[in-house]
Write a protein of this length. Structure first.
Length: 115
């Protein structure tokens, strides 16, 4: 197995996240699978936690855990910022979890035609 290149991994994560449509969200695991590293969802979380959305324009608020829980909310400084960003796109959040998660979930494997 080839050694993981952190820069390529990070760029792959960003490329997928930039494609998440307004009003939709995906999971760390779905992104990891889409870029060819299905067992590295936690590493996707670390990349998202360090991406500085405010300056990079990468919509990190649209990435949550596999159950729709806002597990990365602390990376936004104010723990309610992630929820506010999602709600501004029409996504309802109750108790730090996206309501109607299955309807909101965006699958990059399907949407980006990745095989």
């Amino acid at each position: 197995m080839a050694q993981l290149d952190k820069e390529d991994f990070t760029q792959g994560v960003y490329d997928v996240v930039k494609n998440i449509p307004y009003g939709r969200a995906t999971s760390y695991g779905a992104i990891a699978k889409a870029i060819g590293y299905p067992n590295l969802s936690r590493m996707v979380g670390k990349v998202m936690g360090a991406c500085d959305s405010a300056n990079s324009g990468i919509p990190a608020h649209r990435v949550v855990n596999s159950q729709g829980v806002l597990s990365g909310k602390d990376a936004f400084g104010d723990s309610k910022e992630m929820q506010k960003s999602l709600e501004s796109e029409g996504i309802m959040v109750v108790n730090d979890r996206i309501k109607n998660w299955k309807m909101i979930f965006w699958d990059p494997m399907e949407e980006l035609s990745i095989e």
